[in-house]
Write a protein of this length. Structure first.
Ligand code: XMP
Length: 327
């Protein structure tokens, strides 16, 4: 296996100018590698795959085929944004697969967090494989591998990074244009490529998505409450200028109900938990002191706008002993 090492003297990409130089070098390199052949890319909408997609569109246009699998566990508006940015604005060759029913069907009744993760991960590979097989003449596989992925895998090409790598499919090679970059450099390149800030500065989002935040066995109504409350949280953090101040924030909906009163009658509704953390490496994390007025506004909006929710909580637990995600 080929060892990949970032040269000691490689300049860090910190400015638009350096990013533009990197982009033109990579365009030339990708063109030389790929020629007139086709490249397949799993486009999740995360920072790395989005930047690779935008770069490859510049280099080879319609020879790039992007596949976006919506597993039904994306945050509100995320899959729509992928379609809007890549298909409508960048004119990409994009295959959009709405596999919501397949994923939610398989997850039905499964409450064990690790089994849920396995179901989602395996099905992702299966859906991606099915789509890849429908396409003809694909020679290369594009990947959003970045340098930390390579460091974590001991310098050997990091296959684990891709959302769904068809193991038994044969490719002439991998196209990994950002494999020597650190995350902050990938973001600078993404901005220089004209990607929106919502994509370039997107907070980390686990592969299993909202699946590990809709606790226990996933239920469509609870999943909807989770998606809507998460959207309100993001909107209000944005309004309060907190989006760039807090490393990761989201809501969680547990699989138990709590008593409330609605219109003078007893209600039995879901609680929503707000989780916000700051961290450097996700190994430990602290909980930021969010302004009371901001928390109150988010609480009021969730209680008013999200059906079936009667209580909102703020999780004060640091990591360790708590993990960032609830499952
Ligand atoms: P925890 O919960 O372990 O999370 O403190 C640390 C970071 O990892 C993310 N996370 C995941 N990412 N697949 C992923 O791609 C997963 O199964 C997964 N579980 C947790 C989490 O969002 C946090 O950023």
């Amino acid at each position: 296996m080929e060892k990949i090492v970032r040269p000691d003297d490689m300049q860090r990409i910190t400015t638009q100018e350096l990013a533009e130089k990197f982009i033109s070098e990579q365009i030339a390199e990708v063109k030389a590698q790929v020629g007139d052949k086709k490249v397949l890319l799993a486009l999740s909408g995360g920072v790395d795959s989005s930047v690779v997609a935008a770069l490859l569109i510049k280099a080879i246009g319609k020879q790039l085929v992007c596949v976006h699998v919506n597993h039904g566990l994306m945050r509100k508006g995320e899959s729509e944004e992928v379609v809007e940015v890549f298909r409508n604005q960048l004119d990409a060759n994009l295959v959009y697969v709405d596999a919501t029913d397949r994923f939610l069907g398989l997850l039905e009744g499964e409450a064990d967090p690790e089994k849920k993760r396995k179901i989602i991960g395996n099905e992702f590979v299966r859906v991606f494989e099915e789509e890849a097989r429908k396409l003809e003449g694909i020679a290369f596989l594009g990947q959003g591998t970045i340098y930390p992925d390579i460091l974590e895998s001991d310098g050997v090409k990091a296959h684990h990074n891709v959302g769904g790598l068809p193991e038994d499919m044969q490719f002439e090679g991998l196209v990994e244009p950002v494999k020597l970059l650190y995350k902050d450099e990938v973001r600078v390149v993404g901005s220089a490529l004209g990607l929106p800030d919502t994509m370039v500065y997107r907070q980390p989002f686990p592969g299993p998505g909202l699946g590990v935040r809709c606790l226990g066995a996933i239920d469509r109504k609870r999943l909807e409450a989770l998606r809507e409350s998460d959207a309100i949280l993001r909107e209000e953090f944005d309004n309060a200028g907190l989006t760039s101040q807090v490393w990761q924030f989201f809501t969680v909906v547990p699989d138990f109900r709590s008593t409330g009163v609605r219109d003078g009658k007893r209600a039995f509704d879901w609680p929503v938990i707000i989780r916000a953390v700051n961290t450097v490496d996700a190994m430990t994390a602290t909980v930021p002191e969010i302004d009371w007025a901001v928390l109150k506004k988010i609480t009021d909006r969730i209680l008013k706008e999200v059906p079936g929710v009667c209580r909102v909580l703020y999780d004060l637990s640091p990591k360790a002993p708590a993990t960032i995600e609830w499952e």
